[in-house]
Design a protein around this ligand. Sequence first.
Ligand code: FEO
Length: 396
Amino acid sequence: MAFKTVEISPNVFWVGIEDWNRRFFDAFIPLPNGTSYNSYLIVGKEKTALIDTVNPGFEKILLKKISQIVPPGKIDYIIMNHAEPDHAGGILEVMKVAPNAKVVATKLGVDMTKIYFDVPSERRISVKDGDTLELGQKTLKFIEAPWLHWPETMFTFNMEDSVLFTCDFLGSHITSDKLFADEVGGLLMPEAKRYYAEIMMPFSASAQKALDKVNLLNPKIIAPSHGPVHRNPQSIIEAYEKWTRGPLEKKVIVVYVSMWGSTQTLERIITETISTEGVETVPYNLTVADISHVLRDLVDASAVVIGTPTVLGGAHPLALYATELIASFGVRGKIAAIFGSFGWGGGATRRVKLRLEKGGFEVVYTLDVRGPPKPAHIEKAVSLGKAVAKRVKEAT
Ligand code: FEO
């Protein structure tokens, strides 16, 4: 039987894997659409290069796909844009069948091939920004693009065909029988944004520098190693421009958890007030929310409001988890407010406030309520909503 390969440019082949069944990434981000591990084979007149490999477990299918195009033993170079095992996990299997193949990576990447995969030193080639590799009518140029999403990451540019291989950058967790971004319809941008939030938002400063390099190269095709290939790359570049350095939206994300309804009562008042003030709100009840949707919506939100009851002198565990992610994931909208309820001794809002402030947030209002909210508490919840809406309007 033949496995699917796609020639995305003359003698440049997609030989990747569609992982329809994967349901989590990094052990916490849901993958409702699975993901893909895109590997690309470039066949030059004299040399053959494989760009990135696949997640462990899929090496045999990768090799079968390659063998439909060239004997895998003919591979001269394995270009490792990123050392994370979902792309580099197949290196050793490819090296076994391609005895002359050498792994090409940044200096840090080369070090990682030793640490992660025990690649012998004579089979490693270190490249730096601007270096080129001649395959025969196919020239590969290497572009250092660190911290996307590990420190060793780089891009590879196929100069003749103007194809830029970006590994994690500009990718998405989508698996589809369709390879190209323009074929997957409305699924692409929300998923690309959700992916951006988890993988790239913590590194948005690096992403901005990388975008400048991408814009300079002006590639015809952008071929990431997750999700669809962009043969009209302008839309994903513009989306990344907005997510990394564009203006924030007049939008507030309210995340909360409630055990006996007091915190939820406050949440309804706060959400309604912010909305009535003309600022978009998106509430997430953490008992049912997908945390990746919270992060996605925080990509371009101006503010976040966190609500939690006090549990054992601190915040509810779900609120602690959300607060930790929000404080550490490079959220750009740094306006915050906190509210919560307690029965006999508080502590929840203080705990959340400390963590948010450590993450660079400015907490503009804190509201603590003992027991079910009374009319005076409702008034304070309205004040909190108005204070947040006012700051957001001033900032946008
Ligand atoms: Fe898809 Fe950072 O690996």
